[in-house]
Write a protein that binds this ligand. Structure first.
Ligand code: MG
Length: 301
């Protein structure tokens, strides 16, 4: 049990006492953006400052999937299973077609260039919701120092029309995001100003209006400490699993910290994958970790 810290008794059923934290690979510069491909039994993830997308499978280990990657950050799969990736370099959302062709889905909003799309999720209606903070414009390390043309925002892309709408504009640094299993809620990590540790940092939650594309009643949900909740994911019961400076925090739908998975380095992002989506993959500092848990990742309703 040494990899867990149970804070609320509910956490006991969510973890497995005989499932260790495993370090699957290391030697990266800074891992991000994990996404599971069950049909290929592999995980794709970003090695962001090294400007490459990586592939991991149990059978073959680690290989380079695409380099250069356009300084890829977060990724997801759309309803047709296609890879959709946030790019800091060209400041775009990119879709990879099954035949390998690349299609830029969004490069602008309000007639101006996006900042540096950070993370993305797909809703069951096919819309792509992504965060557009300025982090990737603040350091050559993450894609190149440039002037932002727009304030940070949380956005929704309709791939059918290409329209990009701002769904929330009161973020300093919108980051990871995930829907609750029934899509009645959207959780979004606010990670503040890059060079100001005192700026606002917390996971926020919004109610999704009945129209399916408007957010209401934004409020603070949970403050991760130490560190930030960069990437977040919901499980099938609506618990929120959040990356943190000391590992992974699991938070109940009521905002209570249920427990922690201890990881010996900062975790940036995570996703559910492998058999029945019940293994958590962790992009953590220079490494890739995984741990089997007793809940499955949230699926589309
Ligand atoms: Mg992020």
């Amino acid at each position: 049990m040494s990899d867990y810290e149970i804070i609320d008794p509910r956490f006991r059923e969510l973890v497995l006492p005989n499932a260790p934290l495993e370090r699957l690979a290391d030697g990266f510069r800074w891992t991000e953006g994990p996404v599971w491909f069950g049909d290929h039994r592999c995980l794709l993830f970003s090695d962001l400052p090294n400007d490459r997308l990586m592939r991991w499978s149990e059978a073959t280990g680690v290989s380079v999937f695409r380099a250069p990657s356009g300084f890829a950050n977060g990724s997801t799969r759309d309803r047709e299973g296609r890879l959709v990736t946030c790019l800091h370099g060209p400041r775009a959302l990119l879709r990879t077609e099954p035949d390998g062709r690349l299609a830029a889905l969004a490069e602008r909003r309000a007639g101006r260039r996006l900042n540096s799309p950070n993370d993305v999720v797909c809703k069951s209606d096919g819309s792509l919701w992504f965060s557009d903070p300025i982090y990737g414009l603040q350091a050559d390390y993450e894609g190149g120092r440039r002037e932002p043309e727009l304030p940070p925002a949380l956005c929704r892309l309709d791939p059918a029309t290409g329209a990009v709408d701002v769904v929330a504009d009161d973020f300093v640094g919108p980051n990871g995001l995930c829907f609750s299993p029934d899509e009645s809620r959207l959780y979004v990590a606010e990670t503040g100003l890059k060079f100001d540790p005192g700026s606002r940092r917390c996971i926020r939650v919004f109610d999704v209006a009945e129209d399916g594309h408007t957010l209401r009643n934004g409020r603070d949900f949970y403050k991760v400490s130490p560190g930030d909740a960069d990437g977040i994911r919901c499980d099938e019961d609506g618990n929120v699993w959040a990356s943190a400076g000391d590992g992974v925090h699991c938070i109940g739908p009521d905002g209570t910290l249920l427990g922690r998975i201890r990881v010996p380095c900062v975790v940036q992002n995570l996703c559910f994958g492998d058999r029945l989506a019940s293994r958590l993959f962790l992009c953590a500092s220079q490494s890739l970790y995984a741990i089997w848990v007793n809940r499955r990742g949230a699926q589309w309703p």
